[in-house]
Design a protein around this ligand. Structure first.
Ligand code: MN
Length: 312
């Protein structure tokens, strides 16, 4: 028999309690929040945030929670103390219940930025893979929209944020970088989703990385916000996390839908991307409308706005 202790925050203790809900001890010892018994170990969580694992296969339980906190302190009976300060997701997160978020529309001159955070449970992972959920960049527009519809009929909690062009341009004018807008969109989507799923167990939150985590932290801090516990960053996360992949599909489908709506409104089929074709289209639209029109349908600080003058 061996033992290990771990110091964790309240959110982790809450997650643990939900995780072990079927094997909880009716009479936890004094000072303990809960005691659970699995085939691997007895787990006792204390008010102080200390969690004790005792039994013949302690590691099997400890591994579930390791790397769960940005500043997790681990101590074991070998007296080795390890300070984990990383935003790299633990490997086992992708096969467990977790949250993923991704955005769309950031490189497109026309249309909004959309961001979706999705909560996927362990049981839903294989089903979503079978369905063909993957990075939306690898799926054509028609299939993205069909998959998003499919997701909407399933019991998959998500939240979607749309930053429309009018507000985008106002924020940009007031000094916000696109990076800050993205950070605040991810943050808002994740917070809204966390409220929706209440106390459901999740191993962590995976954000498809678009800037250094320290920069992301700074963006949030400038709006008096901070990163929720158990948040991880990873580039190309759509390929590892089915929740991020689902987020990419929902965000992309929403972007495409907004593009259709704006196209109808303006009477031209708006193009994706920021190509020379886009410059020509801007010129066409400018000839028919006044200056304020672009503010409502485009990210006007893109170089395309100036380049369009060549076609006027
Ligand atoms: Mn992405």
């Amino acid at each position: 028999m061996s033992y290990q202790t771990m110091k964790v925050d309240k959110v982790t203790i809450n997650n643990m309690q939900v995780h072990y809900k079927h094997v909880l001890d009716n009479k936890p010892p004094q000072g303990a929040i809960f005691r659970a018994k699995t085939e691997n170990a007895v787990i006792t969580a204390y008010q102080s945030g200390k969690v004790l694992f005792q039994g013949k296969n302690v590691d099997a339980e400890v591994n579930k929670w390791q790397g769960n906190d940005a500043d997790l302190t681990l101590s074991s009976n070998s007296h080795i103390k390890k300070q984990v300060t990383t935003y790299t997701p633990p490997n086992n997160i992708f096969t467990q219940s977790h949250i993923g978020s991704d955005e769309s529309g950031t490189g497109d001159y026309f249309g909004p930025i959309t961001t979706a955070a999705v909560y996927v449970t362990t049981e839903q992972i294989s089903l979503l893979k079978q369905l063909g959920i993957q990075d939306s960049k690898a799926i054509n527009d028609k299939n993205v929209q069909a998959l998003a519809k499919e997701l909407a009929t399933m019991n998959i909690p998500y939240s979607l944020m749309i930053l429309h062009n009018g507000k985008y341009n106002r924020l940009q004018q007031s000094g916000w970088s696109q990076g800050k807008m993205k950070a605040m969109l991810h943050h808002a989507a994740i917070n809204q989703l966390l409220k929706k799923i209440e106390s459901s167990f999740y191993k962590g939150i995976v954000i498809d990385q678009f800037c250094q985590p320290t920069v992301y932290e700074r963006y949030l801090a400038s709006e008096q916000q901070s990163i929720p516990p158990h948040t991880f960053f990873m580039t190309k996360a759509e390929n590892s996390s089915i929740a991020v992949a689902a987020g990419s599909v929902i965000a992309r489908a929403s972007f495409l839908q907004e593009m259709e709506r704006l196209s109808e409104q303006i009477g031209h089929s708006l193009l994706k991307g920021a190509s020379k074709q886009v410059d020509k289209l801007i010129a066409t639209i400018m000839k028919e409308n006044d200056e304020s029109t672009l503010q409502q349908i485009a990210k006007v600080h893109f170089a395309n706005t100036k380049k369009a003058a060549a076609y006027m």
